[in-house]
Write a protein that binds this ligand. Structure first.
Ligand code: HEC
Length: 88
């Protein structure tokens, strides 16, 4: 006969660490980001120094400039990774 689990609190595995959802920022991603930044973001204006803006400031800027530069989400993320990681 099967034992009933009725009444038992459901066992929920609580991860101690929240898994990082963003793709890992590797040296390769940063190099690509730098490259993409240089080729896509200097068409209309000079390249802004990555340190000119904080990561929070870069977020809306990169979203806006993605439309202007007509780059993919993936390319935008690499550029963002480059711009914000070099600040550290
Ligand atoms: C089609 C032309 C064009 C391209 C391509 C372009 N930009 Fe811009 N960018 C502009 C214009 C115009 C402004 C100023 C007016 C505005 O903010 O919309 C600007 C302003 C900026 C600023 C100044 C901050 C601010 O809030 O205005 C930053 C930083 C910037 N761009 C980053 C980028 C990055 C990163 C890329 C590549 C993903 C990029 N731009 C590609 C036209 C462009």
């Amino acid at each position: 006969m099967m034992q009933s689990a009725k009444g038992d609190a459901p066992v929920v595995a609580v991860p101690l660490e929240v898994p990082e959802e963003k793709a890992e920022v590797t040296a390769e991603v940063l190099a690509e980001g730098k490259n993409l930044y240089g080729t896509n973001c200097a068409k209309c204006h000079k390249l802004y120094d990555a340190k000119s803006f904080t990561a929070e400031e870069w977020t809306p800027i990169v979203m806006r400039m993605q439309k202007k530069a007509r780059i993919s989400d993936e390319q935008r993320e690499k550029i963002y990774a480059y711009l914000t990681t070099t600040q550290m």
